[in-house]
Design a protein around this ligand. Structure first.
Ligand SMILES: *Cc1c(COP(=O)(O)O)cnc(C)c1O
Length: 401
């Protein structure tokens, strides 16, 4: 039977041990895997899933999670990494050599930028930043040296939504590999390997990474990343680097992600509804010069979001630009006054979180579409939205006092 992804995540091909057919798959742990004889040891292949050779190269548990993540994102192959950042680093280290150049969006996830400015630079790999909202700028920065273009939709912190299909089409025409940090979309907001469903020729990114730490885990208690592809040669290139770096994920963490995946569509929808209501309410607050949330008309890239994403898919993040008339100290005091929104990094768990950002310091230039002021990012959890609104309202009252 042909089923949709939410159903396929729950009814997944899995053969339980004889006589033990239960809701969740069994969890298997190993460093050593026994071989019956020398001939078996010599002939078993670790690179595909035909056999088991060593815990680092895969267990029944890691294979099951990899298959389900392919189901979620519409991919064919997957490797797991110990964090979302490790997944990003794995892609760059697999794809880039000395003399190559990588392009990053100006609103890239900050640690990905650090990797480019640190190890990649030290190893003779150059990088340039492009304006994700200006296709001509990306086009101008593609060169003979460009081997990889990182994409993010929506962008980190400022949540601009780019014209993803146009960017992918451009890179593909120039023969440049595209890697999407798909943590925000999670395979739910849009299909990264099928950006124009129903079109004559499929259009999609080459590589999709996710911080499983966010929606797939959903609990705020796991760090993990994934790299999903649809091309066997590309997958093998990434898998070889993965093996040489000795990257591994623990079976207990795999179990937590497998336990959370069946509810990911429900959680995503609940986060979306709560976030949208709160972001719209924030738009009416005079202290906020701008509210950044792809589903809000007027937010940068809203039209791109509307044309690509399903209507219930805008995730749990929004940022506000606190009006420039308030000092940094006043904004800090506003953030400190929040009670339900806890001051912490990450998102997509049950608890609402908040982080103030110093964009003037982290970005080369102030984003053109952004009002002047101080950016504060909210990650909406699964609390009652009215309680969250009351929390922001009481902190705003202190900001004005
Ligand atoms: C959180 C995050 C990551 C990194 O995930 P970790 O598991 O925390 O390393 C990467 N990209 C984006 C967009 C993220 O939000």
């Amino acid at each position: 039977m042909d089923t949709k992804a939410p159903t396929a995540l729950i009814h997944h091909p899995y053969r339980p041990p004889e006589g033990f057919d239960a809701t969740q798959p069994g969890i298997f742990k190993a460093s050593s895997v026994f071989f019956p004889n020398v001939e078996a040891m010599r002939s078993r292949e670790w690179k595909d899933k035909s056999a088991y050779t060593y815990g680092l190269h895969g267990t029944p548990s890691s294979y099951i999670l990899e298959e389900r993540l392919c189901t979620l994102e519409g991919g064919l192959q997957c490797v797991l990494a110990p964090s979302g950042l490790a997944a990003l680093a794995l892609v760059s280290l697999s794809m880039l050599c000395a003399g190559d150049e990588v392009l990053l969006p100006e609103n890239v996830y900050e640690p990905n930028k650090s990797l480019a400015e640190g190890e990649l630079k030290n190893w003779g790999i150059t990088h340039r930043f492009y304006d994700p909202m200006n296709l001509a700028d990306l086009e101008a920065k593609l060169s003979d040296k460009t081997r990889l273009v990182w994409l993010e939709a929506a962008g980190s912190v400022t949540l601009e939504f780019p014209d993803l299909p146009a960017m992918v089409r451009l890179c593909r025409a120039r023969g440049v590999c595209t890697a999407l940090d798909n943590t925000w979309g999670a395979g739910i907001a849009f299909q990264p390997f099928d950006l124009l469903p129903g079109a004559a020729a499929p259009l999609g990114v080459d590589i999709s990474t996710q911080a499983l730490t966010k929606y797939p885990s959903g609990g705020g208690d796991v760090l993990m990343g994934s790299v999903v592809t649809r091309d066997p040669a590309l997958h093998m290139r990434i898998k070889l680097t993965h093996m040489r770096l000795g990257l591994n994920v623990g079976a207990n963490d795999v179990e937590l992600v497998l336990r959370a995946l069946p509810s990911i569509y429900l959680r995503y929808k609940a986060h979306d509804a709560g976030t949208r209501a709160l972001a719209a309410w924030c738009q009416g607050q005079p202290a906020f010069a701008q509210v950044l949330h792809p589903a809000l008309p007027g937010s940068p890239g809203h039209a791109h979001w509307r044309s690509l994403c399903s209507t219930e898919a805008a995730a749990c993040l929004f940022s506000v630009v606190v009006d420039a008339r308030f000092s940094q100290a006043q904004v800090d005091a506003f953030v400190d006054a929040l009670r339900l929104f806890r001051l912490a990094y990450s998102w997509a768990g049950p608890v609402s979180l908040v982080v103030p950002y110093n964009l003037a310091r982290s970005r080369g230039r102030w984003p053109a579409q952004l009002a002047q002021g101080t950016v504060v990012r909210f990650a909406v959890g699964l609390e009652d939205p009215q309680d969250l609104r009351a929390d922001i309202a009481q902190a705003l009252a202190q900001l004005r006092a």
